[in-house]
Design a binder for this molecule. Sequence first.
Ligand code: ZN
Length: 307
Amino acid sequence: MLVFDAHCDALLKLWSDEKISFFQDEKSLHVTVKDLWQGGVKVQLFAIYIPERVAPSDRFTVALKMVEIFHERVLAQEKMKHVRNKRDIEALKESEIGAMLTLEGCDAIGVEETYLKTLLRLGVSSVGLTWNHSNAVADGVLEERGAGLSSFGCRIVNLLDENKVWTDVSHLSKKGFWDVMELSSYPIASHSNAYSLCRHPRNLDDSQIRALISKNSMIGITFVPDFLRQGGRATVSDVLRHLDYVCSLGGERNVGFGSDFDGIDETVEGLDRAGKYDHLANTLLRYYKEEHVHRFLYQNFFDHLPY
Ligand SMILES: [Zn+2]
């Protein structure tokens, strides 16, 4: 079964340690070429995420370094091809894997719209507005103030729309979420689960899930154990519970997966690296028709690409 994974943080690890090989360094990475191949991952999104310890004045430079790492260490692998849209993905040969570049948090651009334009020109195809805290665009979900989009943030969302780039609401404050719902043509939640099943602030409540569905957007169920269940080891059944739940709210065509591999230390039992996607696929096949499993694992995200 083909897989479209809407979020991983492999670039952060590759940036943190130049000795890590993307090809098959299984000790350091959840996502390697070998894993993607083994797990049937056809399209993997790679986030540029700048850790908060990086000084604001250095953040854009680090973002550019991560773009370079994407080229020099991810795309340098023979199978890996940079993809930005449906056409690029459809052009992939059977042996090739599509790698899409994303930005997780606009902290990297400070107050410079131009910096974002540069990143878009470099092929960033999805932009998360915040990480957990605040930046010039909006507040993140853990920021107590809970502000929505600033005027600058509204301009950024418009810029993303003009460029047919996804606006990612994962990590965003509630107020920010609703502002984006009003303003954006291409919102997604790349890696968030259902709050009704697991009361974590990073998860989406029913009204948010319904809003995403009614805007014909996507929700990527994520494998972060703390977002899947409260207490005890998270299992593939927990992943299925969240998937089922989004479906029960009418999201059968609006749900996929955004693993957060390499952004997590704790993992789901039996789904601890990209190569294990086949285990998830096999479990899904026990409960859903093949056509539906294909939709959840791949087609839904593909269909919702802006172009
Ligand atoms: Zn994240």
